[in-house]
Design a protein around this ligand. Structure first.
Ligand code: F6P
Length: 372
C-alpha cells in the first residue's frame, strides 16, 4: 500500500525550502509512489488540519522560488497561541496525524523545530526533519538550507557598502543576522573583506576596534567596514547579562519573581547595540559612522545554486529514508554523504563557531580585527 507522507515548514522561512519540498515530493511520488500532503503554516496548520495536496503539478516550478509555498510559523505544539492563551495542543496534533493515516511527518526547520520534532517523536509519531536556517546553527549537519544564499546576500551587501564608505571616509557598521551564532557574519565578513568582524562567540572590546580603525586611518585608509553579528556582545554586555542572570537565580532561590525591570533595561540595551556601537566608534575614532541593518533581506528571494543542490540532495534522501522505514532522525549533510542522525543527537544542541575554526584563523591571518 502507498505510504502517506505529511510535510510542513516551521520556524522562520529561508531560501531553499520550496526546493526541498519539491525534492521530497517528487522523489516520494515518482520513485516510491507515495501520497504527499503539505500542512500550512508549520505546526499551527497541523493543529488546525489545514492541508495542501502536493501532487506533481504543485511541486512544479517551485525550485527557484524563495520563501515557502506552505507558509511558516514559529508556533510550537506544546505552547500554541489559542485566543490569548498558550496551550499544549500536542494531542490535537497527534489526532490530525492519525486522521490522515500518516506513515511519517517531515518537518523542515531550524533548532527549535528539531526540539519540537523530538517531543512529537516521544508522543509516538514518526518524524523526519530537514535542517533549515540561514543561521547555520543546527548541530550534526555540515550546513543548513538557506545559509549559502544568505551568505551571498550579506557578502554582496558588504561589497556595495565598501564603495560608499570609501567615498565618504566613513565607518559603516553592518548588522548581519545569525541569532546567537556568528557563522553568517564571519563568513560574509571574510568573503566581503570586512575590516572588523564581531560574532557572539568572541565578546569584543570597543576600544580594541577603535584602535584597529585608527591604525587603518594612520595607514591612509579613511574608511572601515564593521560586520556585526546581531548576537555579538561587548565584554560589558556579557557582564551585564551575567549580573541579571545571577540576580534572577538569587530571586528564584528566595522564591521571588525575576527582576523584570533590569531584564527589560538589558533587552533595550542589547536591541540598540548596533547603533550604540556606531556612536561609540565615532567618539573614539573621530570618523563619521553609519549603520546598515540587513535584516530580512537575507532571508528573501531566490535560493543560490548550492542551496538548490543541498535541498534536492536532502529532500530526495528523505524520501528514500521514508521508504526504508526510518524515522526519529534528521537528514543531515555530512561531507559528500547524506546521513540520518537521531533527533536526540540534534535537539537542544546549538552549533556555534568553534574558536579554533579555520575561518577564524583565516580572518586573523588577513589582518581582520575580531574585537578581542
Ligand atoms: O533563525 C533565522 C532568523 O532569521 C535569525 O537570523 C533571526 O534572529 C530570526 O530568524 C528572526 O526571527 P523572526 O523571523 O521571528 O523575526
Amino acid at each position: 500500500m502507498a505510504k502517506h507522507v505529511g510535510i510542513l515548514t516551521a520556524g522562520g522561512d529561508s531560501p531553499g525550502l520550496n526546493a526541498a519540498i519539491r525534492g521530497v515530493g517528487k522523489a516520494a511520488q515518482i520513485v516510491y509512489g507515495m501520497d504527499v500532503i503539505g500542512f500550512r503554516d508549520g505546526f499551527r496548520g497541523l493543529m488546525q488540519d489545514r492541508i495542501m495536496r502536493l501532487d506533481g503539478a504543485t511541486s512544479t516550478d517551485i525550485l527557484t522560488r524563495g520563501g515557502t509555498m506552505l507558509g511558516a510559523s514559529r508556533n510550537k505544539p506544546h505552547r500554541m497561541p489559542v485566543g490569548n492563551k498558550l496551550l499544549d495542543m500536542t494531542d490535537v496534533i497527534v489526532s490530525t496525524y492519525k486522521r490522515h493515516h500518516l506513515d511519517v511527518l517531515v518537518c523542515l526547520g531550524g533548532g527549535g523545530t528539531q526540539k519540537n520534532a523530538l517531543r512529537l517523536k516521544k508522543k509516538g509519531l514518526n518524524i523526519i526533519t530537514l535542517p533549515k536556517t540561514i543561521d547555520n546553527d543546527v548541530a550534526m549537519t555540515d550546513t543548513t538550507l538557506g545559509f549559502d544564499t544568505a551568505l551571498g546576500i550579506a557578502t554582496a551587501a558588504i561589497d556595495r557598502l565598501h564603495s560608499t564608505a570609501h567615498s565618504h571616509h566613513r565607518i559603516i557598521v553592518v548588522e548581519i543576522m545569525g541569532h546567537r551564532t556568528g557563522w553568517l557574519a564571519l563568513g560574509a565578513g571574510i568573503a566581503g573583506g570586512a575590516d572588523v568582524i564581531l560574532i557572539p562567540e568572541i565578546p569584543y572590546d570597543v576600544k580594541t576596534l577603535a584602535k584597529a580603525i585608527r591604525l587603518r586611518s594612520r595607514e591612509g585608509k579613511q574608511f572601515s567596514i564593521v560586520a556585526l553579528s546581531e548576537g555579538a556582545m561587548s565584554n560589558d554586555d556579557v557582564k551585564a547579562l551575567s549580573a541579571v542572570d545571577e540576580q534572577k537565580k538569587g530571586e528564584a532561590r528566595k522564591g521571588k519573581g525575576a527582576s523584570d525591570t533590569e531584564l527589560a533595561e538589558l533587552e533595550i540595551r542589547l536591541a540598540n547595540r548596533t547603533l550604540s556601537l556606531s556612536k561609540r566608534l565615532e567618539q573614539l575614532t573621530g570618523l563619521e559612522a553609519r549603520v546598515t541593518i540587513l535584516g530580512y533581506l537575507q532571508r528573501g528571494g531566490t535560493p543560490s545554486a548550492a542551496d538548490r543542490l543541498l535541498a534536492t540532495r536532502l529532500g530526495t534522501a528523505c524520501a528514500r529514508f521514508v521508504e526504508e522505514g526510518l524515522s526519529g532522525v534528521m537528514v543531515a549533510s555530512r561531507g559528500e554523504e547524506v546521513e540520518a542522525v537521531p533527533l536526540e543527537e540534534v535537539a537542544g544542541r546549538r552549533k556555534t563557531v568553534p574558536l579554533d575554526h579555520p575561518w577564524i584563523q583565516a580572518a586573523r591571518d588577513v589582518g581582520t580585527c575580531l574585537g578581542d
